[in-house]
Design a protein around this ligand. Sequence first.
Ligand code: AMP
Length: 334
Amino acid sequence: MPETHCIATLGSHTALQILKGAKDEGFETMVLCTSGMAPIYRNFRVADEIIELGSLRDFFLHEDELVRKKAILIPHASLISYLDLGRIENLRVPYFGNKAMLRWEADRLLQRKLLQTAGLKLPLIFDSPDKIDRPVIVKFYGARGGKGYFVVKSEEEFREKMRSVGHGEQYIIQEYIVGVPLYAHYFYSRIRGELEIMGFDKRYESNVDSIGRIAAKDQMHLDLETSYNIVGNTPVVVRESLLPKIYEMGMAVLEATKEIGGMFGPFCLEMIITPQLDFYVFEISGRIVAGTNPYIAHSPYTYVRHGESMSTGRRIAREIKEAIAQGRLQDVLG
Ligand code: AMP
């Protein structure tokens, strides 16, 4: 039986995956995007309706229409970084996920508190540049894909780099952990009361992922600046013996979010794993992450768990469908 609700999202980030997943679960779909992106959604045939916006911020002009069409809005990083937080919190359109997570995710210090409450290991934070006594990574606030981050190892280097940064930019100074980055994707189903591991990825960042292609002597000569601007994501499958630890970390985070009403749906722990196999978590995303995009058919883990095509986007739609069938839709809306 076709669903009476429609699934809507902003055209960017993981929209192809979300819309495809929703269609596979029998929902009508709607995407709101800039005219530059519209040909893409048209070409991939995943959106039953495409609303073209002058700018993504015009999204709110279409709220009445979304409500009328019984749309359920699926958030992703572009949605939360382009649209004003306060306005998202007051949306009249039903929203999948816990809105309380938005403020926690936008504020790196609140994120840190949450991860600490979960008992996870975190890189050190330096509250002032004069305390820098080791390599540190300087990060700016908001989901802006690693743009502008830099690595320094002294206060002098920090001040030098900050000269080119706009005044008033919020940042944190974090211990630089040497190890491999790993992004763990989870899904917590409120309807089934179960945590699932959905998959893993690592990011493909420019230029940090290509510096190794240049000999060290040439790197020095070129006077390169390391940067972390994200370009794409690569799938990763972890050693099976690491899975219990990763599952346990996901459960600990769920427990820690109970005080803000509990997190549900997709989330991601972003970590660096050292040669001693210490897991340092440096960020949490309380919604679908772009690293799930390589798994639009399924990841090795979702295939084992579901035995059919299952992306995170489709898992969201399945959760909504089961919630509707059980008369529990309110349980998955924020
Ligand atoms: P983020 O925007 O916080 O996800 O970080 C962007 C990228 O910076 C990550 O993919 C990592 O490659 C790198 N990174 C972030 N934090 C650290 C850290 N504490 N130590 C080493 N690398 C990091």
